[in-house]
Design a protein around this ligand. Structure first.
Ligand code: G3H
Ligand code: 13P
Ligand code: ZN
Length: 314
């Protein structure tokens, strides 16, 4: 069942976080749906601009419609991740998206408000909800590169003003994470004091944590042992999701960890079974491993086991 993130957020707020998982293809779609059904979790499918142009945006939409048919027990929202204004408008008009993210965080505060407001007005008119971003994460976001040194944490007072002036439905905050497999070079971590202050100023308002992959050490070691080169990769401690959820972090974005599962499965198979050339062999293993990975993440997020309670809200 395809649902709006508004109701998902209402149910989760302050209690648990919803996993928002990026996917690009058929195998990820199957693993994602299997893992969420297996762990009885509501979830958000995230489609980025890059994913939409990897094959074709309509191919992804068709995958979503078909997955909805194949997995009648799944309760999920379909979300555009890191959209620009034009892509947001395209998704708003597509008829299948539940929500869009307008990412104008690289613009000035005023320009970010102006662009976000235009997207909010268009989305709300069609019953969709909107996520925006304020502050800048470290690492690389689509075409924009922000060095770790320049990464700007979200200013809580600005967050309050931003939400009031744009009427946006949720806010991605920069709280010390970054995208990709190399998030922290030393002992940095999540800035809970920033989340706490935002929650104090905006009680009940859903916050979004980007760059939430945990980059498991074991996964990285297995990839490197099979020929990979991911020295120094480090992510967010998944045991901190529960604390963040209590402070209003209602959506947690995970992409990189899924790519690591894909990389490990394929590297190990080609190392251990060099005679393999049938794409379905690693594909089958990947789908099962990705499903297990998703189920594990949902346990950490607290969304596992919530699907029956959520379904009654629709
Ligand atoms: O934040 C970015 C997401 O991980 C999506 O990555 O733009 O390469 O699809 P992508
Ligand atoms: P990761 O790179 O940590 O998986 O973050 C993904 C993300 O924030 C997608 O918007
Ligand atoms: Zn992101």
């Amino acid at each position: 069942m395809i649902v709006t993130t508004k109701e998902l957020f209402k149910h989760a707020y302050g209690k648990y976080a919803i996993g928002a998982y990026n996917i690009n293809n058929l195998e990820q779609t199957m693993g994602l749906f299997q893992g969420n059904v297996q762990s009885k979790a509501p979830f958000i499918v995230q489609l980025s601009k890059g994913a939409r142009s990897y094959t074709h945006k309509l191919m992804l939409e068709a995958l979503m419609r078909t997955a909805d048919e194949i997995f009648p027990d799944a309760v999920f929202a379909i979300h555009l991740d890191h959209g620009d204004e034009a892509t947001c408008m395209d998704c708003i008009n597509s008829g299948i998206y539940s929500s869009v993210m307008i990412d104008a965080s690289h613009e000035s505060f005023e320009k970010n408000i102006e662009i976000t407001k235009r997207v909010v007005d268009a989305a709300h008119a069609k019953g969709l909800v909107v996520e925006a971003e304020l502050g800048q994460l470290g690492g690389v976001e689509e075409h924009i590169s922000v060095s770790e040194a320049d990464a700007k944490l979200t200013d809580p007072k600005q967050a309050k003003e931003f939400v009031e002036r744009t009427n946006v439905d949720s806010l991605a905050c920069a709280i010390g994470t970054s995208h990709g497999a190399f998030k922290f070079t030393g002992s940095q971590g999540l800035h809970f004091e920033v989340i706490e202050e935002i929650q104090r100023l905006l009680p009940g308002f859903p916050l979004v944590m980007h760059g939430s992959s945990s980059v498991p050490r074991e996964e990285v070691e297995r990839i490197n042992a099979a020929g990979g080169k991911l020295q120094g990769a480090k992510g967010v401690d998944e045991n901190q999701f529960a604390r963040a959820a209590k402070l209003g972090v209602t959506k947690v974005n995970i992409d990189t960890d899924g790519r690591l599962v894909w990389c490990r499965v394929h590297r190990e198979m080609f190392r251990d079974e060099p005679e393999v050339f049938d794409l379905r062999k690693p594909g089958k293993v990947f789908m099962a491993e990705y499903a297990n990975f998703i189920a594990h993440k949902n346990e950490k997020l607290g969304s596992a086991g919530q699907v029956d309670a959520v379904r009654t809200k629709f």
